[in-house]
Design a protein around this ligand. Structure first.
Ligand code: MN
Length: 204
């Protein structure tokens, strides 16, 4: 029950393993600098809350909670992202299992899903994410387009797969060409992991 703060998770592969789709330099900075910043940011706010509560001091609750949501969202989404990527040559293709069936049933085909998800990712206004989620009330997979790390989220939908489309995720490799980065993403999706997330959600 202890564990009171967030930790940067280790990647399940090496920084160079996603090349040529994501370079070692790009992935290294993304994980070690950008993700770490959200972990530090979230922990600093938790410490600030601890301190203010202990001292009985007043807080700007509105701005503190907004900042906490942003940083925790950033940390959790990045953690999901690393896990739904696979080393080049070991990812991509099409999903099987219960996920493959759910996508086929909802979208009509994997190609149709891929097209909609790509459009969601490419069209995020400013910085954000595309996410494949699942609604257990309707048993439908739903594409979620997240702005920043925490806007447009459906509470309670399980997140199966995310794609980071912040410029910090691709700028070194693709400059301003987000669409090329999104196209490359499909080569390194870890469908086994995405399918496993759905299986675990359905067990609950
Ligand atoms: Mn990122």
């Amino acid at each position: 029950m202890e564990t009171k703060f967030y930790l940067l998770p280790k990647l399940p592969y090496e920084y160079k393993d996603l090349e040529p789709h994501i370079s070692e330099e790009q992935l290294g900075i993304h994980h070690d600098k950008h993700h770490q910043t959200y972990v530090n940011g979230a922990n600093a706010i938790l410490q600030k809350l601890d301190k203010a509560r202990k001292e009985g001091a007043d807080l700007d609750v509105k701005s503190t909670l907004k900042e906490l949501s942003f940083n925790v969202g950033g940390h959790l989404l990045h953690s999901l992202f690393w896990g739904n990527l696979a080393p080049a040559g070991k990812g991509g293709g099409e999903p099987g299992g219960v996920l493959g069936d759910a996508i086929e049933e909802e979208f009509g085909s994997f190609e149709r899903f891929k097209k909609e998800f790509t459009q969601a990712a490419v069209s995020v206004e400013g910085s954000g994410w595309a996410a494949l989620t699942f609604c257990t009330q309707t048993n439908r997979p739903v594409i979620m387009q997240i702005e920043k790390h925490n806007t447009n989220i459906y509470p309670m939908f399980g997140i199966l797969m995310v794609l980071d489309v912040w410029e910090h995720a691709y700028y070194l490799d693709y400059k301003n060409e987000r669409a090329k980065y999104v196209e490359a993403f499909w080569n390194i999706v870890n469908w086994g992991e995405v399918n496993k997330r759905l299986e675990e959600l359905l067990k609950e």
